[in-house]
Ligand binder design. Structure first.
Ligand code: FER
Length: 428
């Protein structure tokens, strides 16, 4: 396991406080807050996956951030492109102030808190997060993890909220379904329940991934280790693999790591690249028939003979994720240091994921130094103009009647006929 070490980064994410209301066990409204880490460059025009990261017994929404280098691990991983950026939410699972006095937990009381918290996640916290931030609202894009009692919380989320999360990181905490410390004390019963309950709800091994971990010296080691070992035997549901990118059950043991946030966050650093897979690739279309991407080209420019005017002399790039083509763009050399985007499209079902912006950022990176200006001409449409402006383009000039003069039929966008072409510039 490659360990994170602090290193300075210029691209730092920010932490915001999200206030929301929920209910306590008696149904009384309570105001709570969660800390929300937004990655560097966070933009509401893109949807992000989200990790919910839960504190340990006696903790609060600040515990992870105060006690570990998790923020630097996130900043550094995104800056180095170890994985795509995601949002991290740090809530508190108590709905009353915990009174721990540094002592070992009252198992029943703690168990009740983290079990009750499952309803808060579903009814209040996740809706508040997805209302306030640009978080992708599907189970594939939500992960939950936690330390110690937060690990216990994670196992309960696996049992109670499998429709909300697909990725689970129980760290230094076992499953308390049967009893406190049940992963060690009632290993067989606990694991049979984890298996049977999941199968009964219709989930299969392709529907979730578990990334567990602890330290060899950790007090949770004797509880979590037998649980994971027993889970490995239920091969119909749990497929153990040493490699994070294969199988759906993973367990990492760390040397010299007691029961502390400052050690345990290393597991998150380690697993981060596997949590929300699918690396976006942008490649030039070489020696291929560019016309085979015609359906995509037509999304941006609906008349084929207009596409023929630039396609041959244009350079085409396609964007793929998980080996599926999801977007493209075509650029042409317009002399005088101007590179023009003639066509840029993202499949409708993948719009809003930031792919358009990625294509533009990629062009800017590729052509910096070779061209002065990245130019784009578009209709006066609310579907395209604000997008280009968010990407750093500014209006430069207008070509009157471009759409009415050059196309054989009216081009309607957002209920409006396009007439003039607005030409925008972005300096490279
Ligand atoms: C464990 C899971 C949780 C464990 C301890 C805890 C001893 C919680 C400890 C605390 O809140 O202090 O497996 O092992």
């Amino acid at each position: 396991m490659e360990l994170h070490r602090y290193h300075d980064v210029n691209r730092r994410g920010t932490v915001e406080r999200l206030c929301y209301t929920t209910k306590d066990v008696d149904g009384t409204a309570v105001s709570k807050y969660a800390n929300v880490y937004l990655p560097y460059g966070y933009s509401a025009s893109q949807k992000y996956p989200t990790l919910y990261l839960i504190h340990g017994g006696g903790g609060n929404p600040d515990a992870w951030l105060d006690c570990s280098m998790i923020k630097n691990a996130l900043d550094a991983s995104f800056a180095e492109n170890r994985c795509k950026p995601f949002i991290t939410v740090f809530p508190g699972f108590y709905n009353r102030d915990p009174v721990r006095n540094g002592s070992r937990p009252d198992e029943n009381a703690e168990r009740a808190h983290v079990l009750f918290f499952q309803q808060e996640l579903r009814n209040d916290l996740i809706p508040a997060v997805e209302n306030a931030f640009s978080a992708c609202a599907c189970r594939e894009c939500r992960a939950i993890g936690g330390f110690s009692m937060g690990g216990v919380t994670t196992w309960f989320a696996f049992l109670e909220n499998p429709d909300l999360f697909s990725v689970f990181l129980p760290l230094s905490g076992d499953c308390w379904q049967i009893c406190g410390l049940g992963g060690g004390k009632e290993t067989e019963k606990t694991v049979r329940y984890l298996h049977d309950h999941t199968v009964e709800q219709g989930y299969t091994k392709d529907d979730f991934r578990i990334y567990a971990g602890t330290g060899v010296e950790d007090i949770a080691y004797p509880n979590l280790t037998p649980q994971i070992e027993a889970m490995k035997k239920y091969t119909d549901l749990f497929e153990f693999s040493e490699r994070p990118e294969e199988g759906n059950l993973h367990y990492t043991l760390m040397e010299n790591a007691p029961h502390m946030y400052e050690k345990v966050y290393q597991h998150i650093y380690h697993y981060m690249p596997a949590l929300f897979p699918g690396k976006v690739k942008i490649r030039k279309v070489t020696d291929e028939d560019k016309k085979r991407f015609l359906p995509l080209l037509l999304l941006a420019d609906e008349q084929e003979d207009m596409i023929d005017r630039y396609l041959d002399r244009g350079v085409m790039y396609i964007l793929t994720e998980e080996d599926q083509v999801r977007g493209e763009c075509v650029v042409t050399d317009e002399d005088g240091g101007i590179l023009e985007i003639k066509n840029l499209a993202v499949l409708p079902e993948w719009q809003g994921h930031g792919y358009g912006r990625m294509l533009i950022d990629d062009l800017a990176d590729r052509y910096q130094g070779q061209y002065r200006i990245l130019q784009v001409g578009t209709g006066d449409s609310p579907l395209t103009l604000p997008f280009y402006e968010r990407c750093g383009f500014v209006r430069h000039h207008v070509i009157r009647d471009f759409f009415t003069d050059n196309y054989d039929h009216p081009i309607i966008e957002a209920g409006k006929q396009l007439r003039d072409m607005i030409v925008l510039w972005k300096h490279l």
